[in-house]
Design a protein around this ligand. Structure first.
Ligand code: PYR
Length: 295
């Protein structure tokens, strides 16, 4: 029988330890990630803000901004997609419910919801504020209750380490699991041994966010496996590289009056067509018109 995105995500977590989850900023990158062999992809909230809207990761984006990118990715790529829904896009349990139902409807496999206040900040920036443990537990209860597909994964993210310390983060994670969270994402971890504290205490998969230029050292898959981390996230690695490449091209064309000096840094037309199956679409069109001509 056809597997749901949530089932595919859970299977991948069970089979690849830890599961590498790679950020895909758009549908094209989702296809590139699949081609590279990844079994799960990620839509970053900071990425939607910066990439789709040109805005900082400060709780400015809304549900529809994220859903647009989710739909575009799931329309062309069958890899299970983990989506960052920030604080749930609204204070009420009904807002959280609407977010969960929409994610499922638009083909996401999993989502993570966090315990920052609505006016959130990037997890790796100072001056974060978090809601009470009870309010976070209520967010999880609302999310779990709203699921229209039991396999859809609800991941609880806690930003408590930087605000209240490790014990609070551990307590919050445990409380979220009791409320029905399937997986835990402790944000902005600073030492490998901290992951071990989570994995020893919790019975569900724990995600490590290995984002560049942040608070967490760039631990390898082997290092994270040694402390039983279940998933490794690289939210914006390709996005950062893509942006640097684009800046380089813009500067060169403007400076040199030609792109000739940077052509060798570009994906070729043939490579692009290959990555998006251009020829398959074209052949389909030709066959369709040929049929029409015959009839
Ligand atoms: C982000 O990339 O936006 C995360 O929250 C990890």
């Amino acid at each position: 029988m056809h597997k749901t995105p949530g089932q595919l995500f859970r299977e991948a977590v069970a089979e690849e330890q830890p599961l590498q989850v790679i950020g895909a900023i758009n549908a094209n990158h989702a296809l590139l990630a699949k081609r590279a062999g990844f079994r799960a992809i990620y839509l970053s909230g900071g990425g939607v803000a910066a990439g789709s809207l040109g805005l900082p990761d400060l709780g400015i984006t809304g549900l529809d901004d994220v859903l647009t990118d989710v739909r575009r990715i799931t329309d062309v790529c069958d890899l299970p997609l983990l989506v960052d829904v920030d604080t749930g896009f609204g204070a009420s349990a009904f807002n959280v419910a609407r977010t969960v139902k929409s994610m499922i409807k638009f083909g996401a496999a999993a989502m993570h919801i966090e315990d920052q206040v609505g006016a959130k900040r990037c997890g790796h920036r100072p001056n974060k504020e978090i809601v009470t443990q009870q309010e976070m537990v209520d967010r999880i209860k609302a999310a779990v209750d709203a699921r229209t597909d039991e396999s859809f994964v609800i991941m609880a993210r806690t930003d408590a380490l930087a605000v209240e310390g490790l014990d609070s983060a551990l307590d919050r994670a445990e409380a979220c699991i009791e409320a029905g969270a399937d997986m835990i994402f402790p944000e902005a971890i600073t030492e490998l041994s901290m992951y071990q504290k989570f994995t020893e205490r919790l019975q569900v998969p724990v995600l490590a966010n290995i984002t560049e230029f942040g608070s967490t050292p760039l631990y390898t898959v082997d290092e994270l496996a040694s402390v039983n981390v279940g998933l490794v996230l690289y939210p914006l690695s390709a996005f950062r590289a893509m942006n640097k490449a684009a800046e380089n091209v813009y500067m060169a064309v403007r400076r040199d009056g030609t792109q000739k000096n940077v052509v060798d840094t570009m994906q070729t037309r043939a490579e692009l067509y290959d990555r998006i199956n251009y020829h398959v679409y074209e052949e389909h069109l030709d066959a369709l018109f040929a049929k029409q001509k015959q009839s």
